[in-house]
Design a protein around this ligand. Structure first.
Ligand code: PHB
Length: 395
């Protein structure tokens, strides 16, 4: 029978094809957005950390595209001025209003710690790209880190010093959590190797004046002064070191590499030549990957990258890799699981995220300040490979 039904079916089919033809027209599907919120000190005494990390994150996105696993990446940068209450408020806004999938940045330990409870409650990963006190990654299963820890740098510095003729040291650190880590891990390692810590001096973090402390150091006449101050503060120490005549008194300057930060070292003058530090990044690191990174960074931002910059760059890489592994899923627990064990070649050398502790594993280099082509650099001369955070190993 030529039935009504078949006529109706033909008609339906026809209209279906028609509708199909219409819907294939340029009705682009809205691409889903994944928001990454970076909270950084963009103003105030630690602004160089913010500038470095923001420039690095933007460079990473320019080089690798703003789409990962089919999702569009949106970077939101907020200035916390280096004040913990502001960091916490901004984190709350980013979590609640912007619905960010990842929080990153964190220029100082107190800023990172103020945000940990919020990220934990929201189950949103926190990628620490600057702050370096060991305990931060222990504070929550939602925290990982791409910077470094002070115990990693301090223990390597002490190991090297004890084997290279340094017997008597005075330590000088900023009086807050990372300074305490830097002091303890230097002293414990150095004294276990037979060295003597003559005095341990702590200077205030805010508006430090090192002159009186340095006078005490001069009188104690140690073989070396070991220094930790956070990135950005090194210039003050160096200036007063020279003003007090310590550079001419035969006291060696050693420390974690924060004091000879690449961002400011070139303004130190020749008095800084010969300072020996242990750290995970130097703009002079002699690899092809780093040469390309330094060149691109300078071209994009007019700055020499420092250890904060490289950690921001690697932080973005870790987030991109995790999103690739989850196929674009932004569930916080899945993203954290994806980050664990990730390994890659950074401009600073090979790095990975320890799957047990979520802490970065990296090479530590011993470096000496030298003049290269008329500019001051930290020139690496000894490598400690695959250094895990010793503060966690001891547990
Ligand atoms: C920190 O507050 O954890 C911190 C900041 C800057 C550094 C190192 C540690 O250079």
């Amino acid at each position: 029978m030529t039935t009504r039904r078949s006529i109706i079916r033909a008609g339906l089919l026809g209209s279906a094809i028609l509708t199909g033809a219409v819907s294939y027209a340029p009705m682009a599907m809205a691409q889903e957005v994944v928001k990454i919120g970076l909270i950084l000190p963009m103003t105030g005494p630690f602004a160089s950390t913010g500038r470095q990390i923001e420039a690095a994150a933007k460079l990473y996105m320019a080089q690798n595209g703003a789409t990962v696993a089919g999702k569009k990446i949106e970077l939101i940068v907020k200035d916390d001025t280096g004040t913990p209450d502001v960091t916490r408020r901004l984190a709350q806004e980013l979590l609640v209003n912007e619905k960010v999938s990842v929080l990153g940045g964190f220029g100082l330990t107190p800023l990172a710690m103020s945000t940990v409870p919020l990220a934990t409650q929201a189950k949103v990963p926190m990628v620490v790209m600057a702050a370096a006190t060991s305990m931060i990654t222990e504070a929550s299963p939602f925290v990982t880190r791409t910077s470094f820890t002070l115990p990693q740098a301090a223990s390597v510095m002490a190991d090297w010093a004890s084997k290279n003729g340094v017997k008597k040291v005075v330590t000088l650190v900023s009086d807050y959590a990372p300074g305490h880590d830097a002091e303890k891990w230097f002293a414990d390692t150095f004294t276990a190797a037979g060295g003597k810590v003559e005095a341990s001096i702590r200077a205030p973090l805010q508006n430090p004046d090192f002159a009186a402390f340095l006078q005490r150091v001069k009188e104690a006449q140690p073989d070396a002064l070991y220094v930790f101050v956070p990135s950005g503060v090194g210039a003050t120490v160096m200036k007063q070191f020279v003003e007090r005549g310590l550079d001419k008194s035969g006291i060696k300057l050693i420390g974690t590499g924060d004091v000879t930060d690449d961002d400011i070292i070139n303004g130190y003058g020749d008095a800084a030549i010969g300072a020996i530090t242990a750290h995970h990044y130097s703009a002079a690191h002699p690899s092809a990957k780093n040469k390309a990174f330094v060149e691109a960074f300078k071209k994009a931002s007019n700055m020499r990258p420092n250890f904060m910059g490289v950690a921001g760059y690697d932080g973005m890489h870790l987030i991109y890799e995790a999103l690739k592994k989850t196929g674009g899923t932004t569930d916080g627990t899945k993203l954290m699981d994806a980050m664990k064990g990730t390994a890659w070649e950074s401009p600073r050398g090979p790095v990975s995220i320890d799957p047990e502790t979520r802490e970065i594993v990296l090479n530590m280099y011993v470096r000496k300040v030298e003049k290269v082509d008329g500019e001051l650099y930290n020139v690496e001369f000894s490598t400690f490979e695959g250094v895990k955070d010793p503060a966690k190993k001891k547990k």
